[in-house]
Design a protein around this ligand. Structure first.
Ligand SMILES: [Zn+2]
Length: 144
C-alpha cells in the first residue's frame, strides 16, 4: 500500500492514505488545501490533524519512542530470564527450559544492543519537535 494516494486533487474531500495517525493509530486522510500556497492537511476520523511538518515530526517522535520501548522490553526480558536462571528458587521452569532460556537471554541481549545502535546512529529528519495534536487545523497551510 502506498503512503500517499497518487494524483492528489485540490479540494475539500480528503483521500485515504496508507498512514496511521501518530496519536490514535486510526487511518489518516489527506486533503489538498489552497491558501496563500498549496498545502496538505492530514487528519484522522477523531479529529487529530497535522500539517506535513507536524506529521513528519510526530512520526519521527513515535518511531523513537517505539524503539526505546523495544529496547527496554528486550533488556527487561534478558534480565528477567538471566535472574530466573541463576538467582531464583527453582520451580522446575529453568530445568525444563534451561538451554532455550539461555539462548533467549543471548538473543534478547543482542536485539537490545542492535536497537541501541539504531537509536545512537539514526538521524531523524530535522523538523521542529512535535508537541501535541493541533485539533482542527485552520485551512491554509503549515502552522507557523
Ligand atoms: Zn488520530
Amino acid at each position: 500500500m502506498r503512503a500517499l494516494p497518487k494524483d492528489l486533487q485540490l479540494g475539500p474531500r480528503g483521500e485515504l492514505t496508507g498512514l496511521i495517525c501518530p496519536d490514535c493509530a486510526g487511518s489518516l486522510s489527506v486533503t489538498v488545501l489552497f491558501g496563500s500556497s498549496v498545502s496538505l492537511l492530514y487528519a484522522c476520523r477523531i479529529g487529530h490533524s497535522y500539517s506535513t511538518t507536524e506529521l513528519l515530526a510526530a512520526k519521527e517522535q513515535r518511531l523513537e519512542e517505539r524503539l526505546w520501548a523495544a529496547l527496554y522490553s528486550f533488556e527487561e526480558l534478558a534480565t528477567l530470564l538471566q535472574e530466573m536462571d541463576g538467582e531464583q528458587p527453582e520451580d522446575g521452569f529453568v530445568e525444563r527450559h534451561g538451554e532455550d532460556l539461555r539462548i533467549r537471554v543471548r538473543s534478547a541481549g543482542e536485539n537490545a544492543r542492535r536497537i541501541r545502535e539504531i537509536l545512537e546512529t539514526d538521524r531523524p529528519l530535522p523538523v521542529a519537535p512535535w508537541t501535541a495534536p493541533v485539533g482542527d487545523h485552520p485551512p491554509g497551510g503549515d502552522a507557523p
